[in-house]
Design a binder for this molecule. Structure first.
Ligand code: AMP
Ligand code: MG
Length: 397
């Protein structure tokens, strides 16, 4: 493991091997979290007609102030009965069609209505409370671009623009495999030397929000036969993520068996703490991540490297990881050789986000990591980062 790749180089090599998957058409109601495979273009002007922003009275601004006869009442969802003539008012609901001839709407709160007449005490400004046709977006214009992830505002926009279905990239199929003879399922009694298997469900939790379809394979012991069968099965997915067995010990079999199964290793070893022995390879169109077994190493590998690959497979314009900025609550010593991801708890302050590294930063300390909601990047270097120093972080929530 002589040449450790930097964080940036490792990400570049991974994303360099990512080709977006095929597109599929889905109903908008199930498209949240998916990535658009084609531009979503407005099917109508939005709003489709000049519409009232308020409950009130449609008038000609030049007729105000004044006392005007109310000649019609316009509810939402119906056409205006006729054009508004000079000297007239029409009552109108929010979202109602502003009739031709009217240039403004005065809200109901500002007027007094009696005997089918409305007393308007002020001069109304032309255009007030009228939402012009196409003022949000015009028919044929871009609403959400290809490569964008569909969150609530994007889904709402696409629906409002009249689209029933969208083209999204299909979900990547991910197989997860934990390795280690010592691993027992929660609920089983622990024998000597045994521990509970944590990485499988940890990785499901870390990757589900990246739009993947995840299959959690049964963990395997450190023997060649069970590795071979399980890895071959996992290689049928778009992405195989393993945990454990990628270091230099005699029982670390994952890389060798992957090689025997035809996986080309793209790199092994990164200048990142935790996670140094992370391995990445490809077989055909399948991406393979060998994450180190310490649970915090697996977590960091998933958030920093696997997640961006999954978003890249979905054609996301910004696969990430997307860093946020905050300030350290306390000083931390830097690692001279490796960029370090510290587990920290974030809080809001007047000065922005404050990040408090949790006590217990060793890579096996998953219980300590449970207090964290952020991964703070402490770039490699000499000395320490002082309290109050600006740092970049990845949210874990
Ligand atoms: P390895 O990367 O296989 O050398 O494992 C490193 C450390 O992580 C060892 O202490 C393992 O027991 C532990 N470990 C490996 N896999 C898991 C897992 N799935 N869940 C919890 N701990 C694990
Ligand atoms: Mg192991």
């Amino acid at each position: 493991m002589a040449d450790l790749l930097s964080l940036e180089e490792a990400l570049e090599r991974i994303l360099g091997r990512v080709t977006p998957l095929e597109a599929e058409d889905v109903e908008l109601s199930v498209a949240a979290g998916r990535v658009l495979a084609a531009d979503a273009v407005a099917g109508v002007d939005l709003p489709p007609f000049p519409s009232s922003a308020m409950d009130g009275f449609a008038v000609r601004s030049g007729d105000t102030p004044g006392r005007l006869p109310v000649v019609a009442r316009i509810a939402a969802g119906v056409p205006a009965p006729r054009a508004l003539e000079a000297g007239e008012a029409m009552s109108i609901a929010t979202g109602g069609v502003v009739p031709a001839g009217a240039d403004s709407v005065i809200p109901i709160e500002y007027v007094v209505e009696s005997d089918n007449r409305v007393e308007i005490p002020v001069a109304v400004v032309q255009g007030d409370n009228v939402r012009p046709r196409g003022g949000d977006v015009e028919v044929g214009a871009l609403v959400v671009p290809r490569g964008a992830r569909l969150g609530a505002p994007q889904i709402g926009a696409v629906a409002a623009a009249g689209l029933e279905r969208v083209a999204v990239t299909r979900r990547p199929r991910v197989a997860l495999l934990s390795t280690g003879t010592e691993l027992r399922r929660p609920g089983e009694p622990l024998g000597p030397g045994e521990i509970y298997e944590a990485n499988g469900v940890l990785l499901v939790a870390a990757l589900a929000s990246a739009g993947a379809d995840i299959e959690l394979l049964p963990a395997v012991a450190d023997d060649e036969a069970s590795h071979g069968a399980a890895l071959e099965r996992g290689l049928a997915a778009d992405v195989l993520v393993t945990s454990g067995g990628v270091s230099v010990g005699p029982h670390d079999l994952v890389r060798r068996i992957l090689g025997e199964l035809g996986v080309e290793e793209v790199f092994w070893g990164i200048a990142v703490k935790p996670g140094k022995p992370l391995a990445f390879g490809v077989r055909g169109s399948t991406l393979v991540f060998g994450l180190p077994g310490n649970p915090v190493s697996s977590l960091v590998g998933a958030v920093v490297f696997v997640r961006p690959a999954l978003l890249g497979l979905q054609g996301a314009t910004v696969p990430g990881p997307v860093f946020f900025e905050g300030r350290l609550a306390s000083a931390v010593r830097r690692n001279a050789q490796r960029d370090e991801f510290l587990r920290a708890r974030s809080s809001a302050s007047e000065d922005g986000i404050v990040l408090d590294p949790v006590t217990g930063q060793e890579s096996h300390m998953i219980a300590r990591a449970a207090a964290a909601d952020a991964l703070v990047l402490a770039p490699r270097g000499e000395g320490e980062l002082a309290a109050g120093e600006r740092v970049r972080y990845l949210p874990l929530a």
